[in-house]
Design a protein around this ligand. Structure first.
Ligand code: PLP
Length: 346
């Protein structure tokens, strides 16, 4: 019996890609860092290639090499957001990766094709505008990019400020394609789209403002089987720390998924799962291998029956909010323990 299963729906991924590309109206270059947001960089990127994507963004050198292995001789442009880190040049070159240069030191250390990351106010990675000026005449710049700090809040004043600075920055590099928006930035409108957008989380079903977006399809479905059904009399407690006390007699089910599978401990006390047509509260603390849910009144609660922890009935963003986090963190914390299966071709 399969006790925990992660289903990755590549057809849903393809629908999300088509939707985002339609919204942006420009080249749509998937961000598939952190192993494709936990769902498998190679399978997701290969499917996105079939859907027309030709450029991809990853964070690490190793992630770029891993994608290059999958792509073989397909002519995909693979950007590495860490840039040309010390000692990486030989490997970047061997895997034909395009580093996103973040500093003048990196620009000095790498002479091959590159993207430039210009900081427009986030103060994370990137060259200042003054530093970028010094690279105006550099050969081989394939893309000029920046990243928005507050795109998830559409009315935040940072968005307009960063847009204005990015326009100044890109003007230094006439004719070079420019890219500013990720998933949330796409929703800010076509002023933000420039020549290329870089969505990640929304490809995988996460909404652009950290809430569910009904126009996106669920790509990840995590399910776990009921291991045991038990009666808990009023006054009894459930789980470690006796953190939950039953106020009435309850029927509960113990599911075969816990924090070692990616059900965050912070899913207690607000979290729920979907079972037998309804949301069912998670009762008590999340254990390493199990959670306990309220199935009072459900005739379907039997060992082996599957409950949905995230998926089409329990949107990623709702599960994330209940756990005090984001869809990004939930996805990237999914572990390799659940059995994985794919729907649709890579
Ligand atoms: C992660 C990342 C993206 C993708 O962001 P989403 O919010 O997941 O769409 C795009 N650009 C950069 C620089 C990133 O680090």
């Amino acid at each position: 019996m399969t006790v925990a299963r992660l289903t990755i729906d590549l057809d849903a991924l393809a629908r999300n890609y088509a939707f985002l590309r339609g919204e942006a109206g420009v080249e749509t270059a998937p961000a598939v860092k952190a192993d494709g947001y936990g769902l498998g960089a190679q399978d997701t990127a290969l499917r996105l290639w079939r859907e027309g994507a030709r450029s991809f963004h990853v964070a690490r050198l190793e992630e770029g090499e891993f994608l290059r292995d999958a792509f073989g001789d397909r002519d995909a442009t693979l950007y590495v957001l860490d840039g040309a880190t010390p000692g990486s040049a030989t490997r970047l070159e061997a895997a034909r990766l395009v580093p996103v240069l973040n500093s003048l030191e990196q620009a000095a250390a790498w002479t091959g094709p590159a993207a430039l990351h210009i900081d427009t106010g986030m103060n994370r990675l990137g060259l200042s505008l003054d530093e970028a000026v010094r690279l105006r005449d550099r050969a081989g710049i394939r893309l000029v990019m920046s990243h928005l700090a507050c795109a998830a809040q559409a009315d935040h004043t940072m968005n307009g400020r960063q847009l204005a600075r990015f326009r100044q920055a890109r003007a230094l590099f006439p004719g070079v394609p420019a890219s500013l928006a990720g998933s949330s930035g796409i929703r800010l409108g076509r002023d933000y789209a420039f020549d290329q957008v870089r969505p990640g989380v929304s490809l995988f079903g996460g909404g652009p403002n950290e809430g569910p977006d009904p126009r996106l399809s669920a790509v990840a479905t995590l399910e776990a089987a009921i291991l045991q059904v038990r009666q808990v009399p009023a006054g009894d407690t459930i789980g470690y720390g006796a953190a939950f006390t039953a106020e009435t007699d309850l029927t509960v089910a113990v599911l075969a998924a816990g924090y070692a599978d990616g059900v965050l401990r912070s899913a207690h006390p607000a979290g729920a799962v979907w079972f037998d047509g309804a949301r069912r509260a998670i009762l008590g603390r999340v254990s390493m291998d199990t959670i306990v849910i309220d199935v009072t009144g459900s005739a379907a609660a039997k060992p082996g029956a599957m409950a949905e922890i995230i998926g089409p009935n329990l949107p990623l963003d709702d599960a994330a909010t209940a756990a005090g986090t984001t869809a990004y963190e939930l996805l990237t914390r999914l572990s390799g323990r659940a059995e994985r299966r794919f729907i649709g071709a890579a």
